[in-house]
Design a binder for this molecule. Structure first.
Ligand SMILES: [Zn+2]
Length: 398
């Protein structure tokens, strides 16, 4: 299609609706979007011409119903794909997701060398993403990456555990320069992405404001998603909440930060397991705790207690309706619910507002959130991406 779409906003909103909710009749879509029928009709025509939406005419009713039944709109089965990536400590995970939300093939992993410059890691990530996208069929329209550190305006700062100091990943196209034209590049904090995904598809569905706490082997992060339409949430350096100012030195500069007592490293220490830096050790201790082995279970409960102390302070300050634990912390919500809840109840706000705490529902929420972010960017200008422009479409619309 060489003409611009007539209704760019309606086209984007309709695509988002179909992506998140699946097939709908045109009448349902019109009601849900609150737009005029003619506007939705034009958007459907444009999307069908772009090959993004399939319009299926229903069989004529033989029961004498009035009027013609509304056609059904579906995301195209060979529609566009995005690659979602999560750059963690030691390894990156990647997954291809098609319009409509279905994962294509198996997720992939890529080793990440902490001593390598960020640009080399990003080039390798882009190359692996391109390989995966090629195998998926359908046009590749976006790559979104979740990382730790502080992510502001496309710049990742102080991702201590990745060895990144100031990396203008999106702001200076460190990632986009390795991508083909029409493929947008976005970066966001891993916890913001996890929060987006849990809010849209997981434990936070239908909740008001949601506080997500997540941990990897090293470090604890958080994100707050306020009430209202789900968008990428505000990331919090939750792991650097001071819980003991005479505690051990943290690489961030403070002493006694929460993550020194409640992340994967702390769990291994409490369980008496030598920490070789292998993230699988953390899952192993949690699995043994789940089987009831005394020392791992005691370690999980001890760590949960400290996490609960941190969560209570965060709830006092942020007043979320729901606290969702993701990553390895998810297991703690099951294994050590009593410790978490009793510490959370130390928070006045949690007692008064009856703040709930729950385990996340998604297996790899950062990847789910990254896929949503890449599609959100695509929905803002689908014809640009498919027209093979020069990759200038930016998440901030600039
Ligand atoms: Zn710290």
């Amino acid at each position: 299609m060489d003409r611009p779409v007539r209704r760019p906003t309606a086209v984007g909103r309709l695509l988002e609706l179909l992506h998140l909710h699946g097939p709908l009749t045109r009448a349902e879509a019109t009601t849900s979007l609150g737009l005029a029928r003619s506007v939705v009709g034009d958007a459907v025509t444009d999307l069908a011409e772009l090959g993004l939406v399939v319009v299926r005419q229903p069989a004529p009713s033989r029961t004498g119903g009035r009027g013609r039944p509304s056609p059904v709109l579906l995301p195209a089965p060979d529609g566009p794909v995005v690659v979602a990536a999560h750059v963690g400590v030691g390894a990156a995970r990647l997954r291809v997701v098609r319009l409509g939300g279905e994962s294509v093939g198996e997720p992939a992993s890529l080793p990440v060398d902490r001593t390598a410059p960020a640009e080399r890691t990003l080039a390798e990530l882009a190359a692996r993403a391109a390989e995966l996208a090629r195998g998926a069929g359908g046009p590749w329209v976006g790559l979104a990456v979740g990382t730790g550190g502080m992510v502001r305006h496309g710049v990742v700062r102080s991702a201590l555990h990745l060895g990144w100091t100031t990396e203008p990943v999106q702001a200076e196209d460190l990632l986009a320069r390795h991508l083909p034209p029409g493929v947008t590049a976005s970066v966001a904090h891993e916890c913001s992405l996890a929060a987006l995904a849990e809010r849209r598809h997981g434990a936070g569905r239908g909740a008001g404001s949601v506080l997500v706490l997540a941990c990897e082997h090293i470090g604890i992060g958080g994100a707050l998603l306020s009430d209202g339409p789900a968008a990428v949430g505000h990331a919090l350096e939750a792991g650097h909440l001071v819980v003991d100012d005479r505690g051990p030195q943290c690489p961030c500069g403070q002493r006694g930060c929460l993550e020194l007592f409640a992340d994967g490293r702390a769990l291994l220490r409490e369980a008496g397991v030598a920490d070789t830096g292998d993230a699988a050790l953390v899952s192993d201790v949690l699995e043994r705790a789940a089987r009831g082995e005394p020392r791992p279970l005691a370690a999980a409960r001890r760590v949960a207690e400290r996490l609960g102390i941190g969560a209570a302070s965060l709830v006092n300050v942020l007043d979320p309706d729901l606290v969702v634990l993701t990553g390895p912390l998810r297991a703690l919500a099951v294994l050590a619910r009593e410790q978490l809840e009793s510490r959370l109840a130390d928070s006045l706000v949690a007692r008064v507002d009856n703040t709930r705490l729950t385990a996340g529902e998604l297996h790899e929420p950062v990847l789910s959130g990254a896929a949503d972010l890449a599609f959100d960017v695509f929905f803002r200008a689908p014809s640009n991406a498919l027209g093979g422009n020069t990759g200038q479409t930016r998440p901030d619309g600039g």
